[in-house]
Design a protein around this ligand. Sequence first.
Ligand code: NAD
Ligand code: IPM
Ligand code: MN
Length: 366
Amino acid sequence: MKKTIALLPGDGIGKEVVDVTVEVLKSVAEHFNHQFQFNYGLIGGDAIDQKGNPLPEETLEVCRNADAIILGAVGGPKWDQNPVELRPERGLLALRKELDLFANLRPVKTFESLLDSSPLKKEYVEGVDFVIVRELTGGLYFGKPSERIDYNGEEAVVDTLFYKRAEIERILVSAFEIAKTRRKHVTSVDKANVLESSRLWREVAEEVGARYPDVVLEHMLVDNAAMQLIRSPKQFDVIVTENMFGDILSDEGSMITGSLGMLSSASLSSSGLHLYEPVHGSAPDIAGKNIANPIATILSAAMMLRQSLGLEEEAKAIEKAVDNVLNSGLRTADLADGGKFATTTEIGEEIKNALADDYEIINIIN
Ligand code: NAD
Ligand code: IPM
Ligand code: MN
């Protein structure tokens, strides 16, 4: 199979984790006899430095001509004082909007071998398996106005939380469709006791829920949800929520697995061109040291193989290789739990070796 994959490494550890992921994908291509064409694009701080634009038109073209997109992360202190249109994050937000990547799936599933890596007690995290369905192209992130204002002579600021009914409806439909394939439980998270946007969200959730009689719908206020994620994370199957709440809850949820460096994601679009990215950022505090955990990005690539390229066996092979490496005790520093310390590139190499071992076994059986 011949496929084109757009690679947008971005800034900081984004480059390091994408490099390792590409090596893993090359190894998958070799073992399974595929041809993956990798086309690179600039985004974020790097794109600002080289092109004066956090999302150059060439990058959009690279994406549009691909079967799927892998992104590392954007941002860093170098650009934090830039005007808003020259911030790295602006590039990522513009890309999400431009490609209509409205449904961000963030699975939170514990690994048996990492139960001691979570700051939560083992009995609370063992068996956790839920997915956060985060609305990604609306809400506070995109509402206008968003600016500093003069308010009767006083310095003031306004951000706008804006949603069209149709935007709320389509993300809820995505969540219910996913729930149908899982344990059939949707928790819709909002702040309906305060926000009008959340009251419309709840109304639409009820309407969409009525179309899925086999799926249980529960509403939960976001402050309670933040607490319940720690108190009893096993209660969740599918969490669906608006953009900002989903951003915050997913970083919180990552610690159930032991590290933000473990959490993968898929941003699905209306057009069928999807983007895959780790949940974490560019981690300036550890960038350039070869110590970042590449697994979030490698697992995002597995999601890409499954969802965008229809390569289920290949996706499973990566997931199994990751599992085998973690079972062997190797870990990046973020997962310090008494395992053996490994660098970013060593973890990548070990995952490639695990893939190769597995492939040999498959060949022998056949
Ligand atoms: P961050 O996710 O980059 O890092 C938070 C903490 O987690 C840091 O201590 C970091 O070292 C650690 N961490 C993150 N990923 C890790 C990994 N793979 N392995 C080991 N440790 C890891 O969040 P931040 O520090 O708040 O933000 C830094 C920059 O990244 C900001 O400019 C922010 O805007 C940007 N950001 C980008 C994205 C994205 O591109 N999708 C996501 C989040 C943050
Ligand atoms: C994420 C990030 C982004 C977001 C930032 C970098 C714009 O935190 O992908 O979770 O808030 O969506
Ligand atoms: Mn985030």
